[in-house]
Write a protein that binds this ligand. Structure first.
Ligand code: PXP
Length: 240
């Protein structure tokens, strides 16, 4: 089965709009889990604009499914992740002014440092994913760091004009094949929806997708459990 990680940052964004307690992020995570999600994904940003340290601590305690913590490879956040020990960390680029994660991590220019970051996590039993653009040099560099997974950034695909969509799917499929050949597990995410998911789900070897904004948006109208279930139905259709 192609697995689903639900990114619940957007639930925390709504809560932080009032700096209160609603909507309850733990309730959201548990509803996703009950609906069949395989993983809960959160991004503890340096500016703490949505997910807070306490959220990560509580999620690590109450989840039965995996917790995937997205983070920038900076000492402060790495230290928090070492202490909380999520099942997986996903290294992402972070730019303070961006609205969402724009583009993948540039692994090529920092292989040496990232090798140490990866082994530091793996020594603690934490698996490591690299969130990268679907480019062969970034895949090769990710393999060199010793990472367990690559999550290929599907943002350019999701935003592509009709004429460019097939080219973007090819780019992701080529990078995926290169990753699998190098012994990496291939995940994908960013900008995926019930409409644009099928061509990505059909790429051979896909292990997991992480989806946030569309699920949380559709949850307003359908309920969170239904919004998770409709994605799971598509993934099931494309699973072996
Ligand atoms: N995967 C990663 C690494 C991300 O940073 C994000 C966005 O926070 C997602 C997946 C989910 O993207 P979206 O919210 O567009 O579904």
């Amino acid at each position: 089965m192609i697995e689903l990680g639900v990114n619940i940052d957007h639930v925390a964004t709504l809560r932080e709009a009032r700096k209160g307690v609603e909507p309850d992020i733990i309730a959201a995570a548990k509803i996703c889990e009950l609906a069949g999600a395989h993983q809960i994904t959160v991004h503890l940003r340096q500016d703490r604009r949505h997910i807070q340290d306490r959220d990560v601590e509580l999620l690590a305690q109450v989840l039965q499914v995996r917790l995937n913590l997205e983070l920038a490879a900076v000492d402060e956040i790495i230290g928090i992740a070492h202490r909380i020990k999520p099942a997986v960390v996903c290294l992402v680029p972070e730019n303070r002014k961006e609205i969402t994660t724009e583009g993948g991590l540039d692994v090529v220019t920092q292989v040496k440092r990232l090798k140490d970051v990866v082994s530091g996590f793996q020594d603690k039993g934490i698996k490591v994913s690299m969130f990268i653009d679907p480019e062969l040099d970034q895949v090769d560099a990710s393999a060199e760091t010793g990472a367990d997974y690559v999550e290929l950034h599907t943002g350019a695909y999701a935003n592509a004009a009709d004429v460019d969509i097939l080219g973007e799917v090819d780019r992701i499929a080529n990078a995926a094949a290169r990753a699998i050949g190098a012994g990496l597990i291939f995940n994908a995410g960013h900008g995926l929806t019930i409409r644009n998911l099928p061509p990505i789900a059909a790429i051979p070897g896909l292990n997991e997708v992480n989806i946030g904004h569309s699920i949380v948006s559709r949850a307003l109208f359908l309920g969170l459990d239904q919004a998770v279930e409709e994605i799971l139905m598509i993934l099931e259709e494309f699973s072996l």
